[in-house]
Design a binder for this molecule. Structure first.
Ligand SMILES: [Zn+2]
Length: 266
């Protein structure tokens, strides 16, 4: 499931291949991904335009058009953005394809259709409308800001990390990794953490998201490139703690499957 590091990868795909190139044609293969917008309106808005800037906020990607508005991409549980040189190699589950001038296309794929592609007038009001909290890697979102965001929250720490209104970008996979590295059990109430634990949680959040980006999250074989001692490769049935080799505990938190080490995380 795409989280902040994966979406950062999609951002790079767009920056490297799709910026400042005229969109020759737009192919909507499944209009359900556009929500309320019709395929005709979407196509008319993008055809002949260029994407001139890209930003990511949490798990959302926003690309500015040379005319009015922004293209927004959300990847849900199974979405991705790929650049293809030829339409003949279109990936499976392509829902929207932007064919660029001088060949090449950007393909938005989404197997499970839980995501959204759209056009909005303004990026800032879109982010506000989605009620997104600060991006987890925003330099302005420092430890005091993190502390303030956690203040008075009476829920378990894993749900808080995954709450996009508090901090945008973290999902099920990276919250497990962050809590494992910070040695905090996912069900611990965030209000119960000591100031030192909260600081550790903040530092691990930044470190892990940045490391995942550097290791190429969102691309193939990325898990093998994560540093030794990462939980990620073990995050499966029958997985073991990379630190003490205990069998990992698998359980549900807020409807999501969590993995943790019952010995190392308390
Ligand atoms: Zn352990």
């Amino acid at each position: 499931m795409p989280e902040l590091p994966d979406v950062e990868h999609f951002k790079r795909v767009l920056v490297q291949n799709g910026l400042d190139r005229i969109i020759k044609s737009v192919v909507v293969k499944d209009a359900r991904i556009l929500g309320e917008v019709s395929a005709e309106a979407f196509t008319a808005h993008l055809r002949g335009r260029r994407l001139v800037a890209v930003r990511r906020h949490g798990k959302h990607l926003l690309a500015k058009l040379d005319a009015d508005g922004w293209l927004t991409l959300h990847f849900g549980l199974s979405g991705a953005l790929e650049f293809i040189q030829s339409r003949d190699v279109e990936p499976p589950f392509t829902r929207v394809r932007l064919d660029l001038i001088d060949d090449g296309s950007l393909a938005y794929t989404n197997k499970r259709m839980l995501g959204r592609v759209g056009i909005v007038e303004d990026a800032a009001s879109f982010i506000a409308g989605e009620k997104l909290g600060p991006d987890a890697l925003d330099p302005a979102f420092d430890f005091p800001a993190f502390q303030a965001a956690a203040e008075g929250v009476k829920r378990d720490v894993k749900s808080v990390l995954m709450d996009q209104e508090i901090i945008a970008g973290i999902g099920n996979i990276y919250s497990d990794e962050i809590l494992f590295q910070a040695r905090i059990a996912p069900t611990t109430g965030i209000a119960k953490l000591s100031p030192a634990q909260l600081k550790q949680l903040f530092l691990e959040t930044r470190k892990i998201l940045k490391t995942a980006i550097e290791c190429g999250a969102g691309s193939e074989q990325f898990v093998e490139r994560m540093p030794r001692g990462s939980l990620l490769p073990e995050r499966k049935k029958g997985g073991h703690c990379p630190r003490c080799r205990s069998p990992l505990k698998i359980f549900k938190v807020g409807g999501r499957t969590a993995y943790c080490c019952p010995r190392c995380q308390s």
